[in-house]
Design a protein. Structure first.
Length: 137
């Protein structure tokens, strides 16, 4: 299958990969529950900004389904963002710090799984981005 056949589907999957992060902040705002990363306790404004960032990531990947000219950059940004999240969780596994979601502590094993998934998917996104650039898709 050519890139033009599978690439729109890949962007749809990447868009879906940001939905859990978006919905985490949406749920947190609706329930007034806590979200903490290290010493940073997210405020309502922080979560609204997170909704905007994740919304842009979701929307840009949806837009890239029909806009081949932006696909490289959208995949590169999504890949780097996934790598950032993965690195945060990898650091947390190596040097534990507070991580709380909805008022519950996030376990080290959950951070390990998040690191593995985010790092792997980030590398995949970046690899696909450069494949797209080489093929001119």
């Amino acid at each position: 299958m050519s890139a033009s056949g599978w690439l729109p589907w890949f962007h749809a999957v990447v868009a879906c990969s940001w939905v859990p992060h978006w919905s985490c902040h949406y749920f947190r705002l609706e329930t007034r529950s806590t979200f903490q990363v290290g010493s940073w306790r997210f405020s309502r404004v922080d979560s609204v900004l997170a909704l905007l960032v994740y919304g842009v990531l979701i929307g840009s990947n949806i837009a890239a389904v029909g806009m081949p000219g932006v696909r490289f950059w959208v995949l590169l940004v999504s890949g780097l963002a996934h790598l950032s999240i993965g690195c945060l969780h990898l650091v947390r596994v190596a040097r534990p710090f507070a991580f709380e979601v909805f008022g519950h502590a996030w376990s080290s094993s959950s951070s390990f799984r998040e690191a593995a998934l985010s790092l792997g998917f980030g590398v995949l996104c970046i690899g696909v981005a450069f494949t797209v650039a080489r093929q001119g898709a």
